[in-house]
Design a protein around this ligand. Structure first.
Ligand code: MD6
Ligand code: FE
Length: 206
């Protein structure tokens, strides 16, 4: 059982959930994912402004964002191909870390270069708010900020290192959160540096 730290009600940090070998195996399965479903640049719905992170997905549904809005869809926005399957190691992490009796359909893959960030947001495009969201971090350390369910409320930060998992559920399911920045040079996992964050989500009500 990996170490479990509840950093706020419903926000659980699992430092070192994936050891180095498991991280390397995940990176190689993500290279296959990115071959089938190339990274794309999402855009903000209202303004069309590009995100600084690049994204792709695996699983039966993927999260996309463009001028038509935020949504889940079964296909890649550029190629129209179905998303590739979720690596079994991620489904296993969901089963062992999250108390929810149904598998996640969606795994969003976010890639951060040295300057990318992710503004404060809520994960609210799913129908199953009773299911937690589970994230896995790989590569350079990210400074994660989490607050409450009001954007203006107080926040705290936690460093997410390569191999860490984090779950958001219960009272925190709709908490605001984001990535202030990544710290380049903090991991040797990705030869070119950068950070990958995977978010596993149950989208549909079972
Ligand atoms: C990131 N994470 O760590 C962005 N969302 O790069 C998220 O947006 C996130 O880590 C929901 C639950 C956990 C997360
Ligand atoms: Fe999120």
């Amino acid at each position: 059982m990996t170490n479990r730290i509840e950093i706020a009600p419903g926000v659980v940090h699992f430092p070192g959930s994936f050891d180095r070998m498991a991280q390397e195996a995940l990176v190689s399965s993500l290279r296959e994912v990115a071959k089938a479903a190339p990274l794309f640049t999402p855009r903000m719905p209202r303004t069309g402004k590009p995100f600084s992170v690049k994204m792709t997905n695996c699983g039966t549904l993927g999260w996309v964002s463009d001028t038509d809005g935020y949504r889940y869809q079964p296909t890649h926005p550029d190629s129209g191909a179905p998303w590739p399957p979720m690596p079994p190691a991620l489904l296993e992490a969901w089963t062992s870390l999250v108390a929810y009796p149904h598998p996640p359909e969606a795994c969003l893959v976010n890639f951060y270069d040295g300057t990318a960030r992710m503004g404060l947001h809520q994960d609210r495009d799913e129908q199953a708010f009773d299911a937690p969201v589970l994230s896995v971090s790989l590569g350079d350390t990210g400074i994660f900020r989490v607050g409450g369910t009001m954007r203006s409320g107080p926040t705290r930060s936690v460093k997410l290192q390569s191999g860490d998992a984090l779950s958001f559920g219960g009272p925190a399911r709709l908490a605001f959160h984001g990535i202030d920045r990544i710290i380049p040079g903090t991991s040797t996992l990705l030869p070119q540096g950068g950070r990958i964050n995977l978010t596993l989500r149950r989208v549909m009500r079972p």
